[in-house]
Design a protein. Structure first.
Length: 190
């Protein structure tokens, strides 16, 4: 079974919306505007590219990343790997031609089936709504969280507010950086 890893930049109060400057959110760009840059805090991003074998995205994140990431040298490994987009509305003819192999999955059942295939870890980028659905369905195996020392208030959150049974996590790696950023890697306990 393949491991499904959710990776996120997250404020201390759980907001994941517009960390890189995406329009439409009042605190857009909070990862670089409000916290001093410390390069070692982002080492996990390079590690993720080397260890992942596929990317899973929701439609909104796919539409935001697909016009930009193919031309970014720092994402060469991501650009080369297969992409899966979970969407009930995205049409095949809307897929970006220059971003490699991309498959549309129409349901969480198809995500579960993908996890059953041969291969290495699948990484989920962005995709707040998808992350919530995957978590609620018990499909996420690991979280890579870079937690920023900010309280953003309103905004899309990584975790849903669904009333559900407790889901236990095991902290397997952590580090705190001089700028207050925290790296927390959790495995989901089954």
């Amino acid at each position: 079974m393949r491991t499904l890893i959710s990776t996120a930049f997250m404020s201390l109060d759980g907001v994941v919306e517009a960390p890189g400057g995406e329009s439409g959110y009042r605190n857009s760009g909070w990862t670089f505007k409000d916290v001093e840059f410390v390069p070692e805090a982002y080492a996990i991003k390079g590690q993720e590219q080397k260890e992942s074998t596929a990317i899973l995205l929701g439609r909104v994140s796919y539409e935001a990343f697909s016009p930009v990431w193919p031309d970014m040298e720092e994402f060469a490994d991501y650009n080369a790997m297969p992409k899966y987009v979970v969407s009930t509305t995205l049409a095949e003819d809307r897929l970006t031609a220059n971003w490699g192999e991309t498959t549309i999955l129409r349901s969480l059942d198809q995500v579960a089936a993908l996890k059953e295939t041969e291969g290495g870890p699948i990484i989920v980028h962005g995709s707040a709504s998808l992350n919530q659905s995957l978590s609620d369905a018990g499909l996420i195996d690991r979280y890579h969280l870079l937690v920023f020392p900010l309280l953003l208030g309103a905004g899309k959150r990584l975790f849903s507010t669904t009333d559900k049974d407790t889901q236990k996590l095991k902290l397997v790696e952590h580090e705190v950086y001089a700028n207050g950023l925290q790296k927390n890697v959790f495995d989901v306990v089954r």
